[in-house]
Design a protein around this ligand. Structure first.
Ligand SMILES: C[S@@+](CC[C@H](N)C(=O)[O-])C[C@H]1O[C@@H](n2cnc3c(N)ncnc32)[C@H](O)[C@@H]1O
Length: 207
């Protein structure tokens, strides 16, 4: 697991406190929170819980799920009142469904994005929202030991989303200024890495 105690401390330093983060995180989390549909939230790959602080006033229920106990420790420290859960995006079968499932900046670190999106969609009653950089070619880069950067393309995302069942519609909207954080990870990819997109997938409602 890449997201150790040391990495959790670095992430906190780089992004700022969950309730008062750096401006680029405020922008990202505010934009994400505005995409909430319904009242219950599952945040997969929640990290240190930054989204929680931007969505708590709008949501009746929030569950943050992450594979790293150390990231969750920080999330819990800054929001002990919220529900934090250890788990894996590839195995969400026993996680309660919620109106909106969020997954912010997780998919770029996953080998099997198709399976992860399928799992995320299976938990979404109304909407799935994920943030992902879109680039010109599909490629997996080993950034650091245990950390991959899985570049994907418009066509790659479209193919996955269009294979999901019960999709009413989906949109892909750019969030263009995430550069400061990404720069630290990926100096060499700087010219391309600003092309982050919010992908919003809505489920057909039966009523
Ligand atoms: C770049 S951080 C994003 C955290 C948060 N969503 C944010 O935007 O601040 C990626 C997070 O995904 C988590 N993660 C990595 N692999 C995972 C997996 N298989 N299942 C669930 N979470 C995972 C990591 O522990 C880390 O907290």
């Amino acid at each position: 697991m890449f997201w150790t105690e040391t990495e959790a401390a670095r992430y906190l330093e780089e992004n700022g406190l969950p309730y008062n983060p750096q401006p680029h995180v405020v922008k990202k989390m505010t934009a994400a929170a505005n995409l909430l549909k319904g009242l219950t939230v599952l945040d997969v790959g929640c990290g240190e819980g930054h989204l929680y602080h931007f969505i708590k006033e709008k949501a009746e229920k929030y569950v943050g799920l992450d594979a790293s106990p150390d990231m969750l420790k920080t999330a819990t420290y800054y929001a002990p009142e919220a529900s934090w859960r250890l788990g894996d995006v590839y195995n969400l079968e026993d996680v309660d469904r919620c109106d909106t499932v969020f997954s912010i900046s997780l998919l770029i670190h996953l080998e099997n994005q198709s399976e992860a999106i399928r799992q995320l969609w299976s938990r979404a009653l109304k909407r799935l929202v994920f943030l992902i950089p879109i680039q010109k070619e599909e490629k997996i880069i080993n950034v650091r030991p245990g950390l991959i950067y899985h570049q994907t393309t418009f066509d790659g995302v479209k193919k996955i989303v269009e294979s999901l069942e019960e999709v009413e519609k989906y949109t892909m909207t750019p969030l263009s200024d995430l550069k400061p954080r990404i720069k630290l990870y990926l100096g060499l990819l700087r010219p391309d890495v600003r092309l982050h997109y919010f992908v919003v997938v809505d489920r057909i409602q039966s009523h």
